[in-house]
Design a protein around this ligand. Structure first.
Ligand SMILES: Cc1ncc(COP(=O)(O)O)c(C=O)c1O
Length: 361
């Protein structure tokens, strides 16, 4: 009897490794996932609760109100927007729509892991371009592109490095990739990166016919648990994603909460201000403990733990766990001596620094 087996590539997908044991009831200070420490905004919560009596209904397949709310907020054409069950689903959808067996998909060395999963799931072949000092190297990406390259993923800013490249380099990348390659700009952390030389990708989408920008409600808007992501791109690309997605991929309460959240600039500003205050504080305190902190424009930092044969990353993780604190080990990203630490609430940040101080000083 022939054994049932999934498509080649599926077995190469690395399983997701959460920092926390699944059925552990302990009250952790969880700085392992890059969520909003302030939680969701009041407007999103109200809209979500309001929708509770409607959850027997299917959601609006056309995502009309949500797409128009996003379009109003960011001054975009709603006809060029589509939404998904988190930006992770969007990454899968666009990969399925544009790449398959025999095709190559370009990524960068320490790029967001979700890209690899989507590429493998689609049966395509990932091609990884080296980075320079944990920053995307556009020239290395251009060198690896060829006639088989159907997609190129760029997380800008990137998780877990926290670094970004300026818009002029994104333009150079687009101009130098083959025209048959769709450049996918994953701008999950764009809301945190208010730098003059940075762009989320809106302008480049509008001036090209082969660039897609992907955004999320999971970070600044604090809706990670509801799973809402969206994409802005050329009509043909949006249509291909719509043909690939399930008609009801974003739930009714998720659409309502996201619609409210995208108009809640007060919550956005409070979140941004919190991050602007605590990101430098956390970076400074860790540096005082001898930890190398990479310059981050996101809501987390990548920290390289001082190398000492008697003190590995696992010992630091174990110590933090004893203090009830979770952070993200980054060995799956090829960064075995680093930890990704999300900016938390004030009490959480102080607890982390105190616990690290106990083991590092
Ligand atoms: C760079 C990047 N892209 C996409 C995602 C996926 O976010 P979500 O699926 O919650 O929208 C994440 C989540 O951590 C991320 O860091």
């Amino acid at each position: 009897m022939e054994l049932l087996s999934p498509r080649p590539g599926i077995g190469q997908i690395k399983p997701y490794r959460p920092a926390r044991p699944p059925e552990d009831g302990a009250a952790w200070v969880d700085l392992s996932l890059t969520v909003n420490p302030l939680g969701p905004g009041k407007k999103a919560l109200t809209a979500y609760r309001h929708m509770a009596a409607q959850i027997h209904r299917y959601p609006d397949w056309s995502q009309d109100r949500l797409r128009h709310a996003i379009a109003r907020r960011y001054d975009l054409d709603a006809g060029h927007i589509t939404c998904a069950n988190g930006s992770d689903e969007m990454i899968h959808l666009v990969t399925q729509a544009f790449a398959g067996p025999g095709d190559e998909v370009l990524c960068h060395e320490h790029g967001y892991r979700g890209f690899m999963k989507a590429i493998r799931a689609a049966g395509a072949t990932p091609v990884i371009a080296a980075e320079r000092d944990l920053v995307v190297d556009v020239e290395a990406m251009i060198d690896r592109a060829n006639e088989k390259t159907k997609l190129c993923f760029l997380a800008n800013p990137n998780n877990p490095t926290g670094t970004y490249i300026p818009s002029e380099l994104v333009l150079r990348l687009r101009a130098s990739l083959p025209s048959h390659t769709l450049l996918v700009l994953d701008s999950a952390y764009a809301d945190y990166c208010r730098r003059d030389n940075y762009s989320d990708g809106t302008a480049i989408v509008e001036n090209s016919d082969n660039v897609l920008m992907v955004r999320t409600f999971s970070k600044l808007h604090g809706l990670a648990g509801l799973r809402v992501g969206w994409a802005y791109g050329p009509a043909g690309v949006i249509e291909a994603v719509n043909q690939t997605r399930g008609p009801f991929n974003v739930g009714i309460a998720a659409q309502a909460a996201a619609e409210a959240a995208v108009g809640d600039t007060e919550h956005e500003e409070a979140t941004f201000a919190h991050n602007s205050a605590w990101l430098p504080w956390l970076s400074h305190e860790l540096e005082q403990l001898g930890v190398r902190v990479y310059p981050s424009v996101c809501n987390f930092i990548l920290a390289r733990i001082p190398t000492d044969p008697s003190l590995g990353v696992q010992a630091v993780l174990d110590h933090l766990a004893r203090r009830g604190i979770l952070v993200k080990p980054t060995q799956d990203y090829g960064l075995a001596d680093c930890l990704r630490i999300t900016v938390g609430r004030e009490d959480e940040n102080r607890a982390l620094v105190a616990a690290l101080g106990e083991i590092l000083s």
